[in-house]
Design a protein around this ligand. Structure first.
Ligand code: KG4
Ligand code: ZN
Length: 340
């Protein structure tokens, strides 16, 4: 079955064609990122307007480059949440229009579940109904999840404050780096010493052992910058930015790996799926590989292009889900990972 996937939950207008739930025949991603950069974060109105302007052209380019005609497409899968409501609506409206025009069925896909499915696309041999632990870390979400394959999800822990990607973005902003902050911090960290600064990871009281609290780390960076500012202009101090980036990145990676692996061990589940934009981070990928390898946990990690928002993960998961009536689907901006 050939599925067209549409993803517009944030600033990426992403479309892809996936055959059989795993084989990517074509993918197209346009981002309105540059339009948001001067504001230091995604502006919802700008994002939805950009989706409207881009989506038709993106579809034409996708079909042309993959040499696929609409008659070969069996169904349309679209992200319906969570995300920015205006942005989601553009994708859903496009999916409905194409569904009516082409006479095809439509599937609504949960964006967070799709991020986890992206890892399964690299490991098509894994049973789709087996117990797994899932870790979603993106700009808006951080969750450790107990999964019964792709069909049932129970959140074991989540963030109390900032999402992991959000923490990267905020610390990057404090350090005078660009947006999105994750790749900027990763780049700056190359020249830095990860042991230059120590971060205390807060103990979580009255909650899950797998909950995260990351805003303290951001405040620690802020205090250090204020201290540096008293001594001069810190942004010109390249070695400070490099050392702080490396130290912050290392601390957050260790915290994420530690909690996720503990969930695998205490639930006695030796399969781990990870997904979301932060999984593009190479230190995280390396540490997950090392720690899981040492403990005998099987690890599935998406290829880099399927970590950040993309249409392939939506088409891939959409292959396995039940279609919904065309006029039924609506945007659910606060959709939770366990909801379908
Ligand atoms: O999944 P995604 O594309 O969008 C959301 O669903 O939020 O994730 C975007 C997030 C941003 O916060 C960005 O800073 C982070 O992923 N990110 C990274 C890296 N690449 C993207 N964080 C750390 N290291 C990276 N290399
Ligand atoms: Zn995402």
């Amino acid at each position: 079955m050939l599925v067209l996937g549409i993803e517009t939950s944030c600033d990426e207008t992403a479309l892809a064609l996936v055959d059989g739930g795993v084989k990517v025949l074509g993918t197209q991603v346009a981002s309105s990122l540059q339009l948001h950069q001067r504001y230091g974060g995604v502006v919802p109105e700008i994002a939805s307007r950009a989706h409207t302007e881009l989506i038709t052209c993106e579809l034409e380019v996708l079909l042309d480059s993959a040499k696929i005609t609409p008659s070969q497409i069996d169904r349309i899968a679209v992200t319906y949440g969570p995300g920015l409501s205006g942005s989601l609506l553009v994708g859903i409206a496009a999916a409905k229009a194409l569904g009516f025009a082409w006479g095809r069925q439509m599937v609504g896909v949960n964006h967070l579940q799709a991020h986890l499915y992206a890892a399964l696309m690299e490991n098509p041999g894994w049973p789709l109904d087996a117990p797994m632990i899932g870790l979603v870390i993106s700009g808006g979400h951080t969750a450790v999840i107990e999964m019964q394959g792709i069909y049932r999800y129970a959140v074991l822990g989540q963030t109390r404050d900032d999402a992991v990607g959000e923490a990267f973005d905020k610390v990057a902003k404090l350090l005078g780096l660009g947006f999105p902050g994750g790749p900027e911090i990763e780049r700056a960290a190359i020249a830095g010493n990860p042991k230059a600064y120590r971060f205390r990871v807060p103990r979580i009281r009255n909650g899950s052992a797998y909950d995260f609290s990351l805003s303290g780390m951001k405040t620690a960076v802020l205090y250090k910058i204020q201290e540096m500012e008293k001594k001069g202009n810190f942004t010109k101090d390249i070695s400070f930015v490099a050392d702080m980036s490396a130290s912050f990145q290392s601390a957050i990676v260790e915290e994420v790996v530690d909690k996720t692996v503990k969930a695998c061990q205490s639930k006695k589940i030796a399969r781990l799926l990870v997904g979301g934009g932060v999984v593009a981070n190479s230190l995280l990928r390396r540490r997950l590989g090392e720690v899981c390898g040492g403990l005998g946990i099987e690890l599935a990690v998406p290829r880099l292009s399927l970590c950040t928002d993309n249409g392939a993960m939506v088409a891939g998961l959409g292959h396995h889900l039940k279609p919904v009536p065309l006029n039924f689907l609506t945007a659910v901006p606060d959709l939770r990972v366990e909801m379908n």
